[in-house]
Design a protein around this ligand. Sequence first.
Ligand code: KG4
Ligand code: ZN
Length: 344
Amino acid sequence: MIRDEPLVLGIETSCDETGVGIVRGNTLLADAIASSVDQHARFGGVVPEVASRAHLEAMGPTIERALADAGIALPDVDAFAVTAGPGLPGALMVGVAAAKAYALSLGRPLYGVNHLAAHVCVDQLEHGPLPKPCVALLVSGGHSSLLLVPDVAGDVRSLGSTVDDAAGEAFDKVARVLDLGFPGGPVIDRMARDGDAAAIAFPRGKYRDGTYDFSFSGLKTAVARWVEAKERAGEPVPVADVAASFQEAVVDVLTQKALQVCKDNGVHDLLIGGGVAANSRLRALAAERCEAAGVRLRVPRPKLCTDNGAMVAALGSELAAAGAAPSELSLPADSSLPIEAITL
Ligand code: KG4
Ligand code: ZN
């Protein structure tokens, strides 16, 4: 760690995690999280108003915890960064308002940053500087995107994204069909280990269709129809086989498209991030296909893959190092912020 690099505090509130991370350069000093996931479980998905209120209650204590973990006091912070979008409007507003208040009261610069670029940048905290360029596959409950990243602080391009459900959303909806609870990803991942991935040929939306886009809503409907037909026939539903076959359909398309982007752009480094990057089968298949294609694979550890404040601090730190101009204090929260806007 270089002492004269700025100490950056990052705030993330785009969905249901209140995250506060503190970094100096590429060194992670604190990564405090408060999640409202339990409050959403009975609804089977994130309820925006519930998430906003939870952020409001968690903000102060999570900041305090991060400062204590890093062993610093608030005035030691040299710059603040906050997720300005994309995400849930009310949830984003809580983080942006808090970050503005801290930056203004301490007279420090504030960087309003893009959530997706932050998901990419976080890997620098674990695996060092990102190769330029690299390709990023971001898969979570809110997004499924393929990005070409010549420079995470200055040039990020969207090549494709989901045209309907996000990959994690498909896991959550299929888990609901199978009565497995919320969030669905971890439990489907677990159940699938005892199932046969080739048992049921579920559709692979947009497979080899010449685009880098994804579609998961047809797959989700196909699983629901298949399960309904079994139940109507009075037959037991082979839950492990359904989970494994569904999971295989998702990760097959994700890895096929990600490697196609690498090939078409002559890029030899692939990064996978977002909550679905925790999926064991996605990690295994990506490793296998990357090896075969001569592509290096980078996947941050699970805690850095899901939404967190460290990723926001990492991007703030990268922007500060690149000499990027800080945001105005009139910075808005932009729920549909395009990926090309790395900072606002
Ligand atoms: O990144 P994240 O914490 O929040 C956002 O949605 O932005 O991702 C949460 C999503 C949920 O949809 C969850 O079901 C999924 O990531 N997920 C997984 C796994 N762990 C979490 N999906 C598949 N396999 C997993 N092991
Ligand atoms: Zn995310």
